[in-house]
Ligand binder design. Structure first.
Ligand code: DC
Length: 220
């Protein structure tokens, strides 16, 4: 099986790049952040507190996450309902970062991610893929960009989605999420020594995807 692991902070362009790499190689793309977002959406709908592990743990058996379609038309499903757009709303980003601190949520999702990686050629992107989900993956990358660039990318995405939001707010929320995701106690975002670091601040997604593919080809 080919497993390509890509980690990095919010807005680094991981999902765009991972999708492109998957398309160019003709393999599957698994958006692990979407899985945390689905849990956060479900917990929000149930009125749960993202810090309350006892309460959240009880909800997990009711959450079934699946994906349908491919490429740009790929959909994320929560118990069969298409929630692709709802999980991208700004308030869900914060809720996903909060819920991802809980051991029960990570264990619930990591086991599903490992099962997918064991049975298919896949590009996975997230925060703990290189360090925790697939520490033995053959191809590991850490994708980052300056805070300014990441905030601008996220801001444009939210505007295109019709969300009315201030750039400075997006930037400060990105900084908060960086802190949340890197400083949490369980499986934080880290740059592992065996990952290739790519700073995409001045690169297009195509260029980053081609860099990743050429590194993979060089290693083969
Ligand atoms: O990549 P994203 O912004 O869609 O991820 C949403 C949140 O989910 C992120 O703030 C942290 C969490 N996450 C995680 O803890 N581990 C992953 N492998 C992927 C995402």
């Amino acid at each position: 099986m080919i497993n390509i692991a890509i980690d990095g902070p919010s807005g680094a362009g991981k999902s765009t790049v991972a999708k492109l790499v998957a398309k160019k190689l003709g393999i599957t793309y698994l958006d692990t952040g979407a899985m945390y977002r689905v849990c956060a959406l479900y917990a929000t709908r149930m009125g749960a507190d993202m810090d309350d592990e006892v309460q959240i743990k009880k909800l997990l058996p009711n959450i079934s996450i699946s994906f349908s379609g491919d490429g740009e038309s790929k959909k994320v499903l929560l118990n069969g309902e298409d929630v692709s757009s709802q999980i991208r709303e700004h308030h869900i980003s914060k809720a996903a970062s909060d819920i991802s601190k809980l051991h029960c949520v990570r264990d619930f999702l990591v086991s599903q991610q490992r099962a997918i990686a064991a049975t298919s050629d896949v590009v996975l992107d997230g925060r703990d893929i290189t360090s925790n989900v697939l520490p033995d993956a053959e191809y590991k990358f850490f994708l980052t960009a300056s805070v300014e660039v990441r905030a601008m990318r996220r801001y444009k995405e939210l505007l295109a989605r019709g969300e009315n939001i201030d750039f400075e707010k997006v930037k400060s929320d990105i900084k908060d999420r960086d802190k949340n995701d890197s400083e949490r106690e369980y499986a934080p975002l880290i740059l592992t020594p065996d990952s290739t670091l790519i700073d995409s601040s001045d690169m297009t997604a195509e260029q980053v995807a081609d860099t990743i593919i050429s590194q993979i080809n060089a290693k083969k």
